[in-house]
Write a protein that binds this ligand. Structure first.
Ligand code: CO
Ligand code: CO
Length: 314
């Protein structure tokens, strides 16, 4: 039997579970962990926190408390690495004004770090991923290309200044973007992570087959060098999997270069929010985001009546 207090959960591929406690209070819960994507443990800790909190922000919630989840190869790695990771994580939690209340660690041949997060939200103000309306503009708040740049980094092919830009983006909280979204009043939101832009866009429209989405690649922000690296075929394995999984729901116009399609499926780490917002509010929302330091926030598409359940790239 379905619990009537469960407002949003995994059955609709939501970012986080939302559970109503009283008429005006619900909790938002989420959990995320992964293996290191950067060499610097202090930065990795920060990225893991920004990434874990993001699912609460995507629903318009306010994260309150968090718990660490650690898998650590204690026999092969010095404990100081873990200390640095946790220090980076704590710094990010403090910035987000989230309280660390505990955690659990196990021995693991492969290092992993992440967090479970609990936040609060008003039950009537939950921004789910399924509320897109015809006429909405689609807004993205961070550039694409973290998967490609991180793949290039492992092959020593990523320029250090680009790596800095990408790292800076991955450690950035989606908090401010979430606050501005909530004040503006959005129809739908999700964050762009492992399934890539198009994968997460599909979650917003494919299941319901109620509306369609048009994406305009000319307006999508990419990290510097993403184009060059993608053209050279530097792609993480996840990009191919994402493409195979969702390509049947995507209509790509002939004039769109192949590298653009690759980037649209590039798995993102700690990516931005993907927001559907009523057309008349979109410009102001993007402007406010840019003024508050989310400098790449852009309108990248719109919600249309037809073709339903499809992403059209043109
Ligand atoms: Co998410
Ligand atoms: Co998640």
């Amino acid at each position: 039997m379905r619990d009537p207090n469960l407002i949003a959960g995994f059955e609709s591929a939501e970012d986080a579970g939302v559970y109503k406690l009283t008429a005006d209070l619900a909790i938002v819960q989420t959990l995320d962990f992964f293996t290191p994507i950067v060499d610097d443990p202090y930065l990795f800790g920060q990225i893991a926190v920004a990434n874990a909190l993001s699912d609460v922000y995507a629903m318009g919630g306010k994260p309150l408390v968090a718990m660490n989840i650690v898998g650590f190869p204690i026999k092969t790695l010095d404990i100081s690495v873990l200390q640095e990771i946790l220090k980076g994580g704590l710094k990010k939690l403090e910035e987000a004004e989230v309280t660390l209340v505990g955690g659990h660690s196990v021995e693991d041949p492969e290092l992993k770090y992440g967090l479970s997060v609990t936040g609060v939200i008003h039950p009537d103000n939950v921004t789910t991923n399924s509320g897109a309306q015809v006429g909405d503009k689609v807004v993205l708040t961070k550039p694409l290309g973290t998967g490609i740049i991180n793949t290039a980094l492992k092959a020593d092919m990523a320029p250090p200044d680009v790596v800095d830009i990408v790292t800076h983006s991955m450690v950035a909280l989606n908090r401010k973007a979430s606050e501005i979204m909530r004040e503006t009043g959005a129809s739908a939101c999700t964050d762009v992570t492992g399934f890539g832009l198009v994968g997460h866009a599909c979650e917003m429209i494919v299941e319901q087959e109620r509306v369609g989405m048009i994406l305009y690649p000319d307006t999508i922000p990419f990290f510097p060098e993403t184009e060059n690296l993608a053209k050279m075929g530097i792609l993480p394995g996840g990009a191919h999997r994402n493409r195979d999984f969702r390509i049947q729901f995507v209509e790509i116009q002939e004039n769109i270069p192949e590298w653009v399609v690759d980037v649209l499926f590039d798995p993102q780490t700690s990516g931005g929010l993907l927001i559907c917002v009523p057309s008349e509010k979109a410009d102001r929302m993007v402007q406010e985001m840019r003024q508050s330091g989310i400098e790449n926030a852009s309108i990248i598409g719109e919600i249309v009546e037809e073709p339903k359940g499809k992403i059209t790239v043109r």
